[in-house]
Design a protein around this ligand. Structure first.
Ligand SMILES: [Zn+2]
Length: 347
């Protein structure tokens, strides 16, 4: 009698300790903490705990119920770190909790009223910023472009990882009303999923480079499988070209991470590789007020050059108009990079 009760108790406690081993809460915490600690995009990437890494591991061998349980438990401001992965077509049908999590984030973002962040005049006539073109010749620009050779008072706005189903267009509307042109670095799978948004970006006079197919760390991938890394570059570029019917010879390495072989390959393809010298830190600052404060500090250094944003993040949409107003207050001109057409291509 006693013996059988002991067996039952042991069985029950073993079962419950198995049930308690859900690895996802810890993985999500590791991701949030690595994000908070990182000082640069490259450092954040090297942590091995980016949402991209976590979701790739989940797709390879994950348990959807356990992953959902962990995601549902996050407060919205933490959940926001994983939003791009929740929205990604790659994960669309894998998580039963996806729609409710995205709904929770929508409510979270709706509470921010950015008109309180900075006094932006409502008169559209006041929304003008000088917009300049900087011609980049891929046949002579061999080195990676980090500052774009811009002069004092000039800033090139660049936006990566889109096109996003709704946010890219909202940013386009803001740019249109301010007369601003920018350079977008799109992911292949995103452009493939929504080519119409890419065409709208192009139609408004912006430049569009590519940014790989789905954002791996290319040097890390190249160490294991060089052809796969090169295919990421080619596939991303072709997808963007197929979406917009035009070929911009512009490329940006995911996380700005590259090595000698990859950089040479990109140059050999006739592509100019762009980095940045000002990071908005939007991959880390998810609160619009904090993001805008960081942007003010960057602009107060008075450097010219290339600033990095991501048109997939809601906080970027929310701060974009106040940011443009800050540029105006500091007498900046915005710059779009345009490729010099090779003589063979001219009509
Ligand atoms: Zn990126």
């Amino acid at each position: 009698m006693f013996k059988s009760i002991t067996v039952v108790i042991i069985a029950a406690s073993t079962a419950s300790s198995f049930a308690a081993v859900n690895p996802y809460p810890m993985a999500l915490r590791a991701s949030l903490s690595a994000n908070a600690k990182s000082q640069s995009l490259n450092e954040w990437e090297s942590s091995g705990f980016t949402p991209h890494d976590l979701f790739a591991r989940f797709r390879a061998q994950g348990n959807a119920a356990e992953f959902c349980e962990a995601l549902v438990a996050l407060p919205p401001r933490d959940l926001a770190l994983f939003e791009a992965e929740l929205e990604s077509p790659l994960n669309q049908r894998l998580l039963p909790c996806r729609d409710s999590l995205l709904g929770k984030l929508e409510n979270h973002w709706n509470q921010f009223n950015t008109t309180t962040l900075l006094d932006v005049p409502t008169d559209p006539e006041a929304h003008r910023l000088p917009s300049l073109e900087k011609v980049v010749d891929p046949t002579t620009t061999r080195a990676t472009v980090a500052t774009g050779g811009l002069e004092k008072g000039e800033i090139a706005i660049t936006l990566d990882d889109g096109p996003h189903p709704t946010r890219t267009r909202r940013i386009l509307e803001i740019f249109k009303s301010w007369g601003v042109r920018a350079t977008f670095f799109e992911l292949g799978f995103q452009a493939h999923a929504r080519p119409k948004v890419s065409r709208d970006v192009l139609a408004q006079g912006h430049s569009i480079g590519s940014h790989s197919w789905d954002h791996p760390n290319l040097p890390a991938l190249a160490e294991k499988d060089l052809p796969a890394a090169l295919a990421q570059i080619d596939r991303g570029r072709k997808a963007v070209e197929a979406a917009i019917g035009e070929n911009f010879p512009f490329f940006r390495f995911p996380y700005g991470a590259t090595n000698e072989i990859l950089s040479k390959y990109v140059t050999d393809q006739g592509l100019v590789s762009f980095l940045w010298n000002m990071d908005s830190m939007d991959w880390k600052l998810r609160d619009p007020a904090e993001l805008l404060k960081g942007l003010a500090a960057i602009l107060d250094q008075g450097k010219p050059g290339i600033i990095l944003f991501h048109d997939i993040h809601e906080q970027d949409v929310l701060v974009m108009e106040p940011f443009l107003q800050m540029l105006k207050d500091r007498a900046y001109s915005t710059v779009v990079f345009v490729p010099r057409k090779s003589p063979a291509l001219l009509p």
